[in-house]
Ligand binder design. Structure first.
Ligand SMILES: [Zn+2]
Length: 167
């Protein structure tokens, strides 16, 4: 799967994926695998600030019966607590799957400047697949987006999860 730095995406331009992006995404993928322990859809997210992972979480919707317990929301909560500020300036969120509208909204409310995601989500993705919530034209905060990092691994995890569920 090809990566996309955002040349054809509205809003602030993303960057070409770096080695550091791949390292951070591997941590997010480990988180995604941890969600399988409680039969949650395997999605993981980490927040990186100044080169350090300050939060790493996975989807806990089934575990906690909480419709808002997506990996991105949980990771942003932890990151905000870690830095003592709801403004996630200077932070990059890495997530294995394209964020939904709720998570994109949370990123905008946290003034997150940068998002790196893995696989597209044709069903609920609100960054590229449906809407362009990171573009900043409607909600007044643009997020620079890089996509496709670790996409194949992420997509395979999800495929295996849903295949096992159907079996
Ligand atoms: Zn979400």
């Amino acid at each position: 799967m090809s990566t996309m730095s955002g040349a054809s995406r509205p809003g602030p331009p993303g960057h070409d994926p770096t080695a550091a992006d791949h390292v951070a995404m591997q941590v997010a993928l480990s988180e995604a695998r941890a969600a399988l322990d409680h039969d949650d859809v395997p999605v993981g997210a980490v927040v990186v600030r100044a080169g350090d992972v300050i939060a790493a979480r996975h989807n806990e919707r089934e575990l906690t019966n909480d419709p808002t317990a997506h990996a991105e929301v949980l990771a942003m909560r932890d990151a905000a607590a870690a830095i003592g500020n709801w403004r996630l300036d200077d932070c990059t969120l890495y997530v294995t799957l394209e964020p939904c509208a709720m998570c994109a909204g949370a990123m905008i409310n946290g003034r997150l400047p940068q998002l790196v995601y893995g696989a597209p989500d044709p069903k609920a993705g609100a960054i590229d697949s449906h809407y362009s919530l990171a573009a900043g034209d409607i909600l007044n905060h643009g997020i620079a987006v890089t996509s496709g990092v670790g996409a194949d691994e992420s997509a395979e995890l999800l495929r295996a999860f849903f295949r096992a569920r159907r079996a």
